[in-house]
Design a binder for this molecule. Structure first.
Ligand code: ZN
Length: 201
């Protein structure tokens, strides 16, 4: 019985990205041997977060409210919409302190090999969000991996046909190069990211 619980724990830990059998075993042994209190906290935090956290109706980022704090902040510039792959990328751009507009979080990127297509990354909600009549510019800030570039390309084509604020076509821009090829935004240093934002084209 004890072993069955242990196997179930190791199996559960293996669901985490990048965690194989050996790491999962190490984590399980560590928690049971040295940190049972931490294990209880982890279990409770997982339980609470999976029940409470949902997606913002406007930008799709994680939030416990219907509309997230950023989307409901009247100080943010509603004329700019920055499209990122993940909440981690959004957090990285927020840390630069140089962006005051709003966001749309794709929660992924196009990846035909993994069967992730346009519908999976929320392209229809994005198109609806971008044509709310207030957005003037959409800044594509998907990563500089091959898949991130492909995602930006496809989204740019779809977005350019939409009307923006005052009926003028949407202005669609892309983060400037300078960010190393192949990189995920969340790992790029802040000043590089701030420059990529200000030099967008
Ligand atoms: Zn939001």
């Amino acid at each position: 019985m004890a072993e069955r619980s242990l196997d179930a724990l190791i199996d559960a830990l293996r669901r985490l990205p990048g965690v194989g059998v050996k790491s999962a075993q190490r984590m399980a042994f560590h928690l049971l041997q040295h940190d049972r209190e931490g294990a209880q906290r982890l279990a409770q935090a997982l339980q609470a977060a999976t029940l409470a956290v949902q997606h913002c109706e406007r930008c799709h980022t994680f939030t416990e409210a219907r509309i997230c704090g950023t989307c409901s902040d009247a100080q943010r510039d509603a004329r700019q919409l920055l499209v990122v792959e993940t909440p981690a990328d959004q957090a990285a751009l927020e840390r630069t302190g140089s962006y005051r507009g709003l966001y749309f979080v794709l929660m992924g990127r196009l990846s035909p090999l993994d069967g992730i297509g346009l519908a999976d990354i929320g392209v229809h909600p994005l198109l609806a969000r971008a044509s709310d009549g207030l957005v003037h510019e959409v800044i594509l800030a998907t990563g500089f991996s091959a898949e991130g570039e492909a995602t930006a390309h496809v989204l740019a084509q779809a977005l350019r046909s939409l009307p923006g604020a005052d009926g003028a076509p949407l202005v669609v821009t892309r983060l400037a190069r300078g960010v190393p090829v192949g990189s995920e935004l969340e790992y790029v240093d802040l000043s590089t990211l701030a420059h990529a934002l200000s030099d967008r084209r």
